[in-house]
Write a protein that binds this ligand. Structure first.
Ligand SMILES: NC(=O)c1ccc[n+]([C@@H]2O[C@H](COP(=O)([O-])OP(=O)(O)OC[C@H]3O[C@@H](n4cnc5c(N)ncnc54)[C@H](OP(=O)(O)O)[C@@H]3O)[C@@H](O)[C@H]2O)c1
Length: 285
């Protein structure tokens, strides 16, 4: 089996726990971080079989430079885990162009740039000999269901869902499997980063529905799964002979599927309208 994996965004959350689990299973991990201090701390924690890649996914020149070491150290990757991501909430009407572009660049455009960079090591060539690698995109249930006031994020994850399907169909000829993991709430820093993030829109006419935003975030965080749930699934996606093309991870998968795929749009719109004001059901990632 190929034993090297690239994971973006291993400083915290899902990426960090994926590093822990995959490393414990004997994989060599190339993990991306943005800060030198994260690289130093992780290198101390994982003195063997780990190399930090220091880059911001928005700066492709630095991605290419930092990734040179991956090409120097290995010829084949078992997997690329596109995990780095941000959630920038706000009403679509009031999100700045810069904020919207940042959301799209980090969660969508950078995923394509980074995937294309590593494709030769994943086996995208007729000359490639060995076992092709797998691409695992950390999407979200927001890639299947459009949440108001979290629109830019939802749009980015919908685009990532489509990108997953397109790559899977294009790369089939090389045997490269492309999988989307679609988590509901998972306990990570992303929630704290979101607290108070909607305050800047309190002067807008959406004030009435946004005033419960923090309560909504806190409620969602309370019901969140631990990160290990996703790490185990990532391990499965890397090692199963025949993984599924997408995995929803949600406490109430049936209710979620009903809302996302089966109930009439107008009924779902009405349900969202009713529950938003109570600050109980709506969630931002
Ligand atoms: N937590 C959830 O409930 C949930 C649910 C569904 C999907 N997801 C998805 O899971 C993925 C990981 O999120 P998380 O929950 O683990 O959140 P997190 O703890 O905030 O981790 C996000 C990671 O992405 C990195 N990152 C952010 N912007 C970056 C950039 N411009 N360049 C390079 N790295 C960047 C962060 O690095 P820094 O530490 O340097 O910021 C961090 O390592 C995201 O794609 C998210 O959309 C999360």
């Amino acid at each position: 089996m190929n034993k090297s994996i690239v994971i973006t965004g291993v400083s915290t959350g899902i990426g960090r726990d994926a590093l822990r689990l995959l490393h414990s299973k004997g994989f060599y991990i190339f993990g991306s971080v943005r800060k030198e201090e994260d690289a130093t701390a992780l290198s101390k924690e994982y003195p063997e079989r780990f190399t930090p890649l220091v880059f911001d996914v928005q700066d492709h020149k630095s991605v290419i430079e930092a990734s040179g070491v991956v090409f120097d150290k290995c010829h084949v990757l078992a997997g690329l885990i596109n995990n780095a991501g941000v959630a920038i909430p706000g009403p679509l009407e009031h999100l700045t162009e810069e904020a919207f572009e940042r959301q799209m660049d980090i969660n969508v455009k950078a995923v394509r740039r980074i995937t294309n960079l590593f494709l030769p090591l994943l086996g995208a060539s007729k000359e490639f000999k060995g076992t092709p690698g797998r691409i695992i995109n950390i999407s979200s249930v927001s890639g299947l269901f459009s949440s108001p006031f979290n629109g830019a994020y939802s749009i980015s994850k919908h685009a990532l869902e489509s990108m997953t399907d397109v790559y899977r169909r294009e790369l089939r000829r090389y045997g490269i499997k492309v999988i989307a993991i679609e988590p509901g709430p998972i306990k990570t820093n992303i929630w704290q980063k979101n607290l108070n993030s909607l305050d800047e829109f309190n002067q807008t006419e959406y004030y009435d529905v946004l005033q419960n935003a923090n309560k909504i975030i806190e409620n969602a965080e309370k019901s969140a799964y631990p990160v290990a749930k996703i790490s185990k699934l990532i391990f499965k996606c890397i090692t199963l002979k025949n993984p599924k093309t997408r995995y929803i991870v949600h406490r109430n998968k049936l209710a979620f599927k009903l809302m996302a795929f089966y109930l009439p749009n107008k009924l779902v719109d009405w349900l969202i309208h009713k529950t938003l004001g109570k600050g109980e059901k709506h969630r931002p990632v």
